[in-house]
Design a protein around this ligand. Structure first.
Ligand code: ADP
Length: 246
């Protein structure tokens, strides 16, 4: 029951400095409610990647507290199973076909072979990659690779999907297709989606709540309409610019 009642992500005064003294997270606090579509917006260097690394257990923050559905991402293996991460950079094993790539990922997360293969086929179908099941990544278009990356993040049925710039370099039509799919995933399957994006209008279209991050801290958060009325201007982009200047 703990898993159901806990927020998808709870971060409390998380602080992280890198070896060269850069303070990437400065007592950052944030709650991402379970089942929400949540946006994290901020300029380069704001700390987004460090925060995502911390919730996936890849980055250790020495001070503060972070939990994923109530589990510690560093010490509790349950947290790893609850998170699906689609990173910004596309790294896909060039020797594996799209289907094998997904199935291997499932095996890595402890699925039986038949289950992993069935899940791979299901995701290839959902992401309209069925015709490319046997193709290796270098034979796929950029948009297809981007879809494959999101499919891979979903193989083990995570309850929190983290998307770092999911539509960077993706054409408008595909971007809207991805939006529709992500909305279904959140609306119908109850998956929490945490999104970082440079396309502010993407966050405005998709996110119920947006947190603005700058200098390793959350400087404000709210529903896009709330932020627009708080900062003035007609769009979230205007509000974002005003908040970042302030
Ligand atoms: P964002 O994803 O919002 O661009 P990052 O989390 O990548 O922000 O970076 C936050 C800050 O930490 C930046 O000042 C960045 O230069 C610094 N930083 C990130 N990774 C490292 C690292 N491995 N070593 C030193 N500094 C880093």
């Amino acid at each position: 029951m703990e898993v159901i009642s806990s927020p998808a992500l709870a971060v409390e005064r998380l602080t992280k400095s890198y070896g060269d003294g850069t303070l990437a997270l400065d007592e950052l606090s944030l709650v991402v409610p379970a089942g929400s579509f949540f946006g994290l917006l901020g300029p380069n260097g704001a700390g987004k990647t460090t925060l995502i690394g911390s919730l996936s257990g890849l980055v250790r923050a020495p001070a503060g507290h972070i939990s994923v559905f109530g589990h510690d991402p560093v010490s509790d293996p349950a947290a790893r199973l609850l998170v699906g991460l689609a990173p910004q950079e596309i790294h896909l094993d060039r020797f594996l076909s799209a289907r094998d790539l997904l199935a291997y990922h499932g095996r890595y997360f402890g699925m039986r072979r038949a289950e992993a293969e069935a899940r791979a086929d299901e995701l290839l179908d959902i992401f309209d990659l069925g015709g490319k099941a046997q193709s290796k990544p270098q034979r796929l278009s950029g948009g297809m690779r981007r879809r494959l990356l999101i499919a891979r993040a979903l193989v083990h049925r995570p309850r929190l999907l983290v998307l770092d710039e999911p539509t960077a370099g993706v054409d408008l039509e595909l971007r809207h297709e991805l939006w529709r799919y992500l909305q279904r995933l959140q609306g119908e399957e109850g998956v929490t989606v945490l999104l970082t994006t440079h396309y502010i209008e993407e966050a405005e279209a998709l996110c119920e709540v947006v947190a603005l991050i700058r200098g390793g801290r959350i400087i404000d958060e709210g529903a896009p309409v709330e932020l627009v009325s708080r900062y003035g201007g007609g769009t979230l982009e205007d509000a974002y610019q005003a908040a970042m200047r302030g």
